[in-house]
Design a protein around this ligand. Structure first.
Ligand code: ZN
Ligand code: ZN
Length: 354
């Protein structure tokens, strides 16, 4: 989907006359079209998508709000950009966080003008998801849940973490996912105490926790979910830790709404874990926002004083990790609203013993 009008309104607010995007994700957000080489230029009145012959035909069909221009042999990208920019006097913004220092300097010298750092313009716009973006995230989430349902039916002692990760990936693709939103995390037994452990040849045994953290994309938008399940049986302590994580997650979700600072949501969840005596074992933030990318800004971190906007899609993923023993994480994605939040993750989260 195209977001040119929102970008133009933001240009006016920020006192910029135009903004130049070179990052493929930024270009996609602006035009709804994914291409890896080129740029998008948005002025207050008009916008252009510049790409090469590999993409121009498809771009011409899909992109409505921007003029599609081709660069190539004899017509270099920078030359074309320089021509367009010459007709736009005033302040030209670019995304300083999405290019190297060298690339920034090259762009300035090729265009023969100074660029204004304007990275926060798109970060702020992208944080607020419109109905169509939320729809894509929900569609991706439903696919991931369908894959999980299948995998829980076949998950048993003897399978390796890698095999389970492969089954998740295959099924998400099979059910219409475009690609993984990140490499699935499947960790079992003592390895489940590593929040971002990499699936290996470790075999699932009876009495283990298995943590599955995975997601797919729809329309370019990411899903993200984590479930931790017990295989065979769970000890009393495993049950206690699981229950604590779940209560922490519910407390964070209950505190989540637009207009609060990220740290308020984090601390609501963290308090439950601290009160249960596991405060030292919850080492990461309650949640990160997501959309076209799996990690966006702002998030719900202990230090986040950013007031969270309505429409922010943010994960709710507390965890307790007991080194060398086991870990539990439960993750949903919620959309912040004025009076609370909408949980777009529907998979059950009571402790499941397979
Ligand atoms: Zn996740
Ligand atoms: Zn996450």
């Amino acid at each position: 989907m195209e977001h040119i009008k929102g970008i133009q309104a933001a240009l006016e607010k920020e006192g910029l006359d135009a903004i130049l995007f070179t990052d493929p994700i930024s270009c996609r957000y602006a035009t709804g079209f994914f291409f890896t080489d080129g740029a998008v230029l948005v002025s207050r009145e008009k916008s252009w998508l510049l790409t090469d012959s590999r993409y121009t035909e498809a771009a011409g069909q899909q992109v409505k709000e921007s003029e599609v221009l081709a660069f190539g042999i004899g017509r270099p990208l920078y030359g074309l950009l320089k021509e367009l920019c010459a007709a736009i006097p005033g302040k030209l913004g670019a995304e300083e966080e999405r290019m190297s220092h060298a690339a920034w300097g090259k762009l300035e010298s090729e265009l023969g003008r100074e660029l204004t750092p304007a990275g926060k313009l798109l970060t702020e716009l992208r944080a607020v998801k419109d109905a169509e973006e939320v729809e894509n995230m929900i569609a991706a989430q439903r696919i991931a849940e369908r894959a999980l349902e299948d995998v829980l039916n076949i998950l048993r002692p003897g399978l390796t973490e890698k095999e389970v990760a492969a089954e998740l990936t295959y099924r998400m693709l099979r059910y219409g996912g475009e690609e993984n939103s990140f490499d699935p995390i499947v960790v079992t037994g003592a390895k489940s105490s590593m929040p971002h452990g990499v699936p290996g040849d470790v075999v699932i045994r009876s009495g283990d926790f298995v943590t599955l953290d995975f997601g797919t994309k729809k329309g370019g938008y990411c899903s993200d979910m984590t479930r931790t399940v017990a295989v065979g049986h769970a000890t009393e302590e495993m049950e206690k830790v699981y229950d604590t994580v779940l209560r922490a997650q519910l407390a964070g979700i209950a505190a989540a709404k637009a207009g609060v600072e990220g740290c308020v949501i984090d601390s609501a969840a963290r308090k439950v874990i601290e009160d249960a005596g596991y405060g030292a074992y919850f080492g990461h933030s309650f949640g990160h926002s997501l959309g076209l990318e799996i990690h966006e800004a702002p998030g719900a971190a202990p230090t986040s004083r950013v007031v969270l906007p309505e429409g922010l899609a943010v994960s709710a993923e507390p965890g307790i990790y007991l080194p060398g023993r086991f870990g539990v994480r439960i993750e949903d994605v919620i959309i912040l609203r004025a009076d609370g939040c909408e949980n777009i993750t529907k998979a059950p989260k009571e402790l499941l013993v397979l």
